[in-house]
Design a protein around this ligand. Structure first.
Ligand code: 9YW
Length: 410
């Protein structure tokens, strides 16, 4: 507990938490949601502050960027000069899984009357963000939203993006420009080819002035990510509950939630026994099995659907020493050391456990918790872990791992 606290305190930058010193020296959207869960165990006020700092980066349109560059630091690429977003503080121009309303609700539930007053400030800001996503990322009103960049999924080099990324041209740049591989071994990171495509998309959106509708239209990468959508719907549900608690009208978030939960069924893959993302350029589900496909467990699903998902979960569990691998452990694209292509990630364990508890699968949820605790106690607070050996990988002294550990043992 003390060691986890020390990690969060070392990564605290006067009110926001950097994911890891050196590697990620700014504030990231969904990392801050998880960091707030950890801060809540130590200091409720600090948890609220984390979220407030994040909203300093919100745009007038309601858009919430995935990075807020609160201070200068040359340790990360692409920095504010590459994004070219002229705001104070500067930000990136893409978003990340909107895992914030459930955090606000969690803080309200843990706290006193005062918590509800804090939530009152967040409500319109969250509503504006959700509105932005449902309007500009789902212009046809399907109920599900698109992501336009692999970074928006939070699972950058997931095998699910291999096929849709092929459509994205490469924007060559020198390997030395990358900062990540100065901090972490190259074989634990996305490949250079992936990075070149990530950078192409950034320059395209920049040229389009980050106009949301132009970006949606022009992006060669346009995917309905099952993970992003499960988290948005989970957050819509939480927003509806917040509205009710605050005496606001819950109709809008409830409407998004109900429509989205029905629409999500289009992502179910009966043969694979889990959900898969959809490539909007082809209209086809992407034939790759990743941990994101289990995130709909956070939502109300039929008991037969949950039964089948849990059976798939158990099959994966039988193939990995540590849960939960980010890609199918028997698939040809499984790479147990490379980032989102196999390793275990603390926040995903936590989200999956939350979903399993919702549906009454307490044993499976307990295994996710125990495995994460074992990984941390064996290897420290790493960015991610080898699912077969338990070796710690990626950045060290990592905030979301420490925060989830605290949330689980605190
Ligand atoms: C990047 C900060 C972020 C996470 C993402 C993870 C990685 C790399 O690190 O992104 O350069 O943004 O994939 O989920 O938010 O921890």
């Amino acid at each position: 507990m003390k060691a986890a606290e020390a990690v969060l305190r070392a990564n605290d930058r006067d009110g926001y938490t950097v994911p890891a010193q050196g590697l990620y020296p700014f504030q990231w959207l969904w990392d801050s949601g998880f960091a707030a869960l950890g801060w809540a165990v130590l200091d409720e006020e600090r948890a609220w502050l984390e979220l407030e700092r994040l909203f300093l980066g919100q745009w007038e349109s309601g858009f919430l960027p995935h990075i807020v560059f609160h201070q200068e630091d040359s340790g990360y690429f692409p920095g504010p000069e590459v994004w070219g977003v002229r705001r104070d503080p500067p930000t990136s121009g893409i978003t990340q899984p909107p895992f914030l309303a459930p955090v606000v609700l969690h803080l309200v539930r843990r706290s006193s009357e005062r918590g509800l007053e804090r939530a009152r400030w967040f409500y319109p800001h969250l509503l504006a963000f959700h509105r932005f996503l449902h309007r500009h990322r789902d212009p046809g009103g399907s109920g599900l939203v698109a992501v336009l960049h692999p970074w928006e999924t939070g699972m950058d080099n997931s095998p699910a993006w291999d096929l849709p990324l092929k459509r994205v041209p490469r924007r060559p740049f020198a390997l030395e420009t990358r900062r990540d591989i100065q901090h972490v071994p190259q074989e634990e990171r996305p490949r250079q080819e992936d990075y070149e495509r990530y950078l192409y998309l950034v320059s395209l959106f920049r040229e389009l002035g980050y106009d949301p509708d132009a970006c949606f239209r022009e992006s060669p990468f346009r995917v309905v990510d099952v993970g992003f959508n499960a988290l948005l719907l989970f957050a819509d549900e939480a927003l509806g509950e917040l509205a009710w608690l605050l005496g606001e009208d819950p109709a809008e978030p409830k409407g998004w939630f109900q429509k989205g939960v029905l629409a999500l069924e289009a992502l179910w893959d009966e043969e694979a026994g889990l959900y898969r993302s959809l490539d909007l350029h082809t209209g086809e589900r992407i034939p790759r099995d990743t941990s994101a496909g289990f995130l709909p467990l956070l939502l109300p699903l039929s008991s037969s659907r949950v039964g089948r998902l849990v059976a798939t979960f158990r099959a994966w569990a039988g193939e990995a020493r540590y849960l939960f691998p980010s890609a199918h452990p028997l698939a040809p694209y499984f790479e147990p050391r490379r980032y989102w292509r196999g390793p275990v990630w603390a926040p995903i364990n936590w989200l999956l456990a939350w979903g399993l508890i919702r549906h009454g699968f307490l044993e499976e949820a307990a295994r996710l918790r125990e495995d994460l605790i074992a990984l941390v106690e064996g290897s420290g607070f790493c960015e991610y872990y080898h699912p077969l050996t338990g070796k710690g990988l990626g950045g060290r002294g990592f905030s979301w791992t420490a925060a989830i550990y605290l949330a689980w043992i605190g």
